[in-house]
Design a protein around this ligand. Structure first.
Ligand SMILES: [Cu+2]
Length: 574
């Protein structure tokens, strides 16, 4: 009897063969939809910001500029990305492990708290009661309800994360899987642990700040900055861990990528958990409070161990893809596997672009700016947002977009609408974001400040003039930003129309080349390799990826030492 009731709560996915619990599936849907709503708010704000920083347009007045900057940061970095990650955790936990949702009512309560918190924050921001930017550095003061909103959102997220841990326990106890948990779930586990560290820092700083906004206690600005970045930086590492888990998942779904070495990939996730929070110290590199040894220890030792983890994934993910493609017969030369990859499948192109943008642009700029000595020439310049728009946006958001193209048919069981547009969407978004971020990075190298409303410093007692090249870069920021906004709006339109009005997928009638169905979904059920092919692929290894690795190292070295050279020019000693 119990068995029968339980069976009705599950469905078997005809493509992946997973036993999918319906409550978990509905939770994935609601969190994904909430994420996209927040994303839309963030995108609109992004467009207005790009049009303001582009000095020739300079659209918004100062107060609305800072209001939009606050709204953009919170809706993108917190609401969009964390709602999406909750969806991923409901998938990587109960769905991938084939177990039931441990506590459906609690899960819905968590979702409700997150929605109430997010709405409260947005209402306060748009009403003009919280022009404090994403960082809300004390003593900038917002309305108490703003801090309360963030606390409610964080508590909701913390509950949702603990349900992921609960699902691991339930799955183990009810023996719904064999052996150790899959790598994607393991990546989810790393993200979840980092999320707990992050959210506890959040509580440790936002509860006192909430009381401070009510006039009930004092908060020291330096202490605020240190604890805040335990939240602000670590939350970006939830993104990194979740993004890497998505890379592994999408590699498998789109081109049958293999995991080259389970142990190495798992250890790399463990390195994230151990060292990534200490790396938050790079935000305090020019602060007077901490000494140089504390700064160097945290950013030049701890940070490199976290970077090592990214470099390990940066090798194993493409190597796994290369081997998967070689197993499918693309074995000519070093790069046939890459040339013949399904470039018109937005699930694949989005994943690959995310990998390249995050590694080449995000990783290299991040390590360089996070170096204690070099930081002084990039601190508070446009180089900083130039860096994190290629990690969080070109990396994480793009990976999540790629995943969406598989979530729509597999979870929502709808065809992807506007299929022609969908095939171009990752490219539009990627080109836009790269153009914008590179413009920011170069403008920052000329000392253009970040966050600032008016770099021409109108009416300031001292004049400041930038070289004319900066005007071009600010135009690049505006145009690249606009293109990224077009790509983002295309993504939103595709997702919303597919989910609410899309054609239902008939899984018995899938055929190659069908519009609205990414090719990986059609090829996935038939995925067996002959032993001979397997042996050959293993013998060959991943020579193409090795070439890419050395190109990466060369670019890294060039950029890193160019920055030391720039630093020496600033010093002007002797
Ligand atoms: Cu950081």
């Amino acid at each position: 009897m119990v068995e029968m009731v339980m069976d009705r709560l599950f469905r078997k996915c005809p493509v992946t063969g997973l036993r999918v619990h319906q409550t978990s599936e509905t939770l994935v849907k609601f969190n994904a939809v909430a994420a996209i709503v927040a994303f839309l708010v963030g995108v609109v704000a992004a467009f207005l910001l790009a049009m303001t920083r582009w000095q020739a347009v300079h659209l918004l007045p100062a107060d609305w500029y800072y209001r939009m900057l606050t709204a953009h940061g919170l809706n993108m970095l917190i609401f969009f990305i964390i709602f999406f990650e909750m969806a991923i955790l409901y998938f990587a936990g109960p769905i991938l492990l084939g177990c039931r949702q441990p506590a459906p009512k609690t899960a819905w309560a968590a979702f409700g708290l997150m929605v109430v918190g997010a709405v409260l924050v947005d209402v306060m921001v748009f009403a003009g009661h919280a022009d404090v930017l994403f960082t809300s550095y004390v003593p900038l003061r917002a309305h108490p309800l703003y801090y309360l909103g963030i606390i409610l959102f964080a508590v909701g997220a913390l509950i949702a994360v603990s349900l992921f841990f609960a699902a691991l326990v339930v799955a183990r106890r009810e023996k719904t899987y064999e052996g150790s948990i899959p790598l994607v779930s393991f990546g989810g586990l790393a993200a979840a642990i980092i999320a707990v560290i992050t959210l506890l820092h959040g509580a440790a700083i936002y509860v006192p700040t909430f009381l401070w906004s009510l006039g009930k206690m004092e908060v020291d600005p330096q202490v605020y900055r240190m604890v805040f970045w335990g939240l602000g930086h670590s939350s970006q590492q939830i993104n990194v861990a979740a993004m890497v888990a998505v890379w592994y998942l999408m590699g498998g779904l789109t081109i049958g990528a293999v995991v080259v070495n389970e142990k190495i990939s798992r250890w790399a996730f463990v390195l994230y958990v151990l060292f990534i929070s200490m790396a938050s110290a790079h935000h305090l590199l020019v602060d007077p409070g901490m000494g140089p040894s504390w700064k160097v220890w945290n950013t030049s030792y701890a940070m490199y161990l976290a970077v090592l983890a990214s470099m390990m994934h940066g090798f194993t993910v493409p190597a796994g893809m290369e081997m998967g493609q070689r197993l499918r017969g693309f074995r000519k030369g070093k790069f046939e596997w890459l040339r013949r990859a399904p470039w018109s499948d937005p699930g694949f192109s989005g994943t690959w672009l995310s990998l390249v943008i995050f590694g080449f642009l995000g990783g290299i700029t991040g390590v360089t700016q996070g170096t204690e000595q070099i930081n002084i020439i990039s601190h508070n310049t446009l180089r900083v947002p130039g860096h994190f728009h290629v990690t969080v946006v070109g990396g994480t958001a793009l990976a999540f977009m790629a995943l969406t193209y598989y979530v729509i048919p597999l979870i929502f069981r709808r065809k992807v609408a506007f299929w022609g547009l969908a095939r171009w969407q990752p490219y539009l978004f990627a080109i836009g974001i790269v153009c914008m971020s590179m413009s920011m990075t170069f403008a920052g190298a000329f000392g253009v400040p970040r966050r600032h409303w008016d770099i021409s410093f109108t009416n300031a007692p001292f004049g400041l003039e930038f070289p004319p090249a900066v005007d071009m870069m600010m135009a690049g920021l505006g145009l690249g930003g606009s293109l990224a906004v077009v790509g983002a709006l295309a993504y939103i339109a595709i997702a919303v129309v597919s989910v609410f009005f899309g054609q239902r997928v008939d899984f018995d009638k899938l055929e190659p080349g069908m519009a609205g169905i990414p090719q990986g979904i059609i090829r996935l059920p038939a995925q067996a390799h002959s032993e001979e092919a397997s042996a050959k692929a293993h013998e060959e290894g991943a020579p193409g990826t090795m070439v890419l690795v050395f190109v990466f190292l060369a670019v890294f070295i060039l950029y890193y030492f160019t920055n030391w050279k720039l630093l020496s020019l600033v010093w002007k000693i002797g």
